[in-house]
Ligand binder design. Structure first.
Ligand code: SF4
Length: 161
């Protein structure tokens, strides 16, 4: 796979505002690698971790896993000082805002800047950094129904939210 760079000059620097980590409803989709890394970080089995920190979401064509949110819609792992699982944060978080959907064209990048004050600030980001982020997301797609079949045994214990 050889994705193209859609926009020539991308400037970005994270302002640590945490706006992308909460404040409004959203989803943090988990790949198999994300689930394994987070479970290991907490010293839990994958099932224990999923039951404690994840919710199953029906996205129409599939059922997959997202991290739970707090009542105020913050990510369950967002604390006052920032992300409490930063070393093993999911690929979706790690690669933001270098997503193919956001960098599809100039307009989508400018539109995202309404939510992320780091867009357009800071250093010029290399095309390699961006292409690496695209590839990492492609290689870490959200868990498929087959991959969560074992977890579905937990379904009636789950807070389906
Ligand atoms: S919204 Fe942008 S600037 Fe704020 S924490 Fe997220 S990536 Fe950083």
């Amino acid at each position: 796979m050889n994705p193209e760079m859609p926009i020539k000059k991308i400037y970005f620097e994270c302002m640590r505002c945490n706006a992308c980590c909460g404040g409004q409803p959203g989803y943090v989709w988990l790949s198999k690698k994300d689930l394994m890394a987070l479970s290991e970080y907490f010293g839990l089995s994958i099932q224990e971790f999923a039951l404690a920190f994840c919710r199953m979401v029906d996205i129409g064509i599939e059922i997959t896993l997202s991290l739970k949110e707090k009542q105020n819609y913050d990510c369950i792992f967002l604390e006052n000082y920032g992300c409490s699982v930063y070393p093993v944060r999911p690929v979706q978080c790690k690669t933001y805002p270098f997503w193919e959907t956001i960098l599809e064209n100039e307009q989508s990048w400018i539109e995202e800047a309404k939510y992320c004050p780091g867009i357009g600030k800071g250093p010029l980001i290399s095309s390699n950094t961006i292409l690496d982020a695209f590839l990492e997301r492609r290689q870490n797609t959200p868990l498929s129904i087959d991959e969560i079949t074992a977890l579905r045994a937990l379904e009636n214990k789950w807070d389906n939210q």
